[in-house]
Ligand binder design. Structure first.
Ligand code: BES
Ligand code: MN
Ligand code: ZN
Length: 491
């Protein structure tokens, strides 16, 4: 499918389906639309009157104009109130239009939406993102593609947006990264393993010219990564510590790192997840690493003037005679000792050593992202990620990036008082605190492993997966928060 930004207006465009966006209570057929209505024999006005189309958010209406007419069908898309018009409204409209075009079996689609804040670049970018993300269909594990998922669409034209080809390329890069993240999350734990993630890093290194370092178990031992390796003890699969580096030509404007939690399966360990715990969904526990890879794929194509390190301590959390016991004391690579009072709080153990390693790289900022706690889902639901940071400007930068990305974050407190909850009588700290505030004590735990670098932690346990189609997401893995990460890197 090809997306082109063209100068053609909606009066002159010809093709299967012309999509026109309207803000709420501004559905008027004046100017060129009056002319288009006349050309269509009054079909557009009749449709608006018949279904009382008011432009409500996400509302749609399709009508056929005629047989052998220059435009076969018209699609009206509601954008909601103009005052609350965010950039993401246009991204979602792109997704809505894509789904209707697929259902209507259009092969050529024209899109005419209002420009956001006079910014035609951003407009072309987000409409393209919405289209590509809504049309992504993961058929890898089906033996046949269901007919309803066969796509006829070959040509998409963004009307009145000529000159924005680079914005479309950027959208394609971001969408391809988001789709990689979705496919990594959706693939089960017998397909995506620590070894396969390391292989993905090697392949991306070749494709995008990244530096790639895979630390094997022995090298992790030499670095004293006792927390990460403690988690991996119960698995038959070798742990892999993955470090990819994107280096721009010339002097980088800044140097940053993205660390993703990479648990390719989380059984809970000896504190095994019980019935009703959702253990069968725990292939998603590498959602942080998936988004890290997705961001890398986008950055590898966009090639910004920023040095970016992509890091994940990848392993499984399993049970066996060699698994860590509840009560074990592990020593992380900064020398801190950790009493394991619950083997199911494993993500923070892998991140601890990843943070110590990354902190030593001497970068300007570190962001870690993790499907870290069920408590974060209890606090914020499954559509909002938590953000913790002791650094105001870093937090603000991520929140601004998320706003433009149309991904939801809420800043949570790094309340030092709660640190009492993870003090251990026998070691420096224990890996879980009381039930209340569980996502906060998890963030406070991570903070113990960052000394010098501005740092933010994102708990993405809820939004990496969606049970229903919503906005640009189809049911299943969402690819959250690749768009936020890319915007943040570019900011
Ligand atoms: N991977 C889970 C968190 C999770 C839960 C992610 C649900 C996505 C959906 C994490 O490793 C975990 O098990 N956390 C425990 C921590 C507890 C033992 C303190 C939790 O949230 O229950
Ligand atoms: Mn766990
Ligand atoms: Zn986990």
């Amino acid at each position: 499918m090809d997306i082109k930004a063209i100068a053609t207006s909606r009066l002159d465009w010809t093709g299967d389906l012309l999509a026109i966006g309207f803000y709420e209570d501004a559905v008027e057929l004046t100017g060129d639309l009056a002319e288009l209505n006349t050309k269509s024999g009054g079909a557009i006005a009749a449709l608006i009157a018949e279904i009382e189309f008011k432009g409500a958010k996400s509302s749609t209406a399709v009508t056929r104009i005629g047989v052998d007419t220059p435009i076969k069908k018209v699609l009206l898309v509601g954008l909601g109130k103009a005052e609350s018009g965010k950039l993401d409204t246009l991204r979602r409209a792109g997704a809505t239009i894509a789904r209707v075009a697929k259902r209507e079996k259009a092969s050529t689609l024209g899109i005419s939406l209002p420009t956001w804040n006079g910014n035609s670049q951003a407009t072309a970018q987000v409409i393209s993102e919405g289209l590509l993300l809504a049309l992504h269909q993961d058929n890898r594990f089906k033996s046949e593609v269901e007919p309803k998922h066969q796509l006829k669409l070959t040509e998409v034209h963004l009307l009145d947006l000529a000159g924005n080809d680079s914005a479309i390329l950027k959208a394609q890069a971001i969408a391809s990264g988001t789709i990689l993240a979705r496919e990594l999350v959706a693939a089960p734990a017998n397909v995506v393993t620590p070894m396969s993630l390391a292989a993905t890093a090697e392949e991306m290194g070749k494709e995008y010219g990244f530096g790639v370092k895979i630390l094997e178990q022995a090298e992790c031992e030499a670095l004293g990564m006792g927390a990460f390796l403690g988690v991996s003890l119960g698995s038959e699969m070798p742990p892999k510590f993955i470090h990819m580096t994107y280096t721009p030509p010339g002097t980088p404007r800044r140097k940053i790192a993205i660390i993703g939690k990479g648990l390719t399966f989380d059984s809970g360990g000896l504190n095994i997840k019980g019935a009703g715990s959702g253990i069968e969904t725990m292939k998603i526990d590498m959602g942080g690493a998936a988004a890290m890879f997705g961001a890398a794929k986008a950055i590898g194509q966009i090639k910004p003037d920023v040095e970016v390190h992509f890091i994940s301590a990848a392993t499984e959390n399993m049970i066996s005679g060699r698994a860590m016991h509840p009560g074990d004391i592990l020593t992380a690579s900064n020398g801190k000792t950790i009493e394991i009072n619950n083997t199911d709080a494993e993500g923070r153990l892998t991140l601890a050593d990843a943070l110590v390693y990354t902190d030593k790289l001497g970068l300007d900022a570190i962001v870690d992202l993790a499907t870290l706690t069920g408590a974060c889902i209890i606090a914020l639901g499954d559509d909002i990620s938590g953000l913790w940071s002791p650094d105001r400007s870093l937090a603000d930068g991520i929140l601004a990036a998320a706003e433009l990305a149309g991904e939801n974050f809420w800043q949570m407190p790094l309340a030092e008082k709660y640190f009492d909850g993870i003090k251990s009588p026998i070691a420096d700290l224990k890996n879980t605190g009381p039930r209340g505030g569980g996502s906060i004590t998890a963030a406070l735990f991570l903070k113990q492993f960052v000394k010098d670098t501005p740092w933010a932690h994102l708990d993405i346990a809820g939004p990496v997966w969606s049970d229903k189609e919503h906005g640009v997401n189809n049911a299943g893995a969402t690819g959250h928060p690749v768009r936020t990460l890319v915007n943040w890197v570019l900011s």
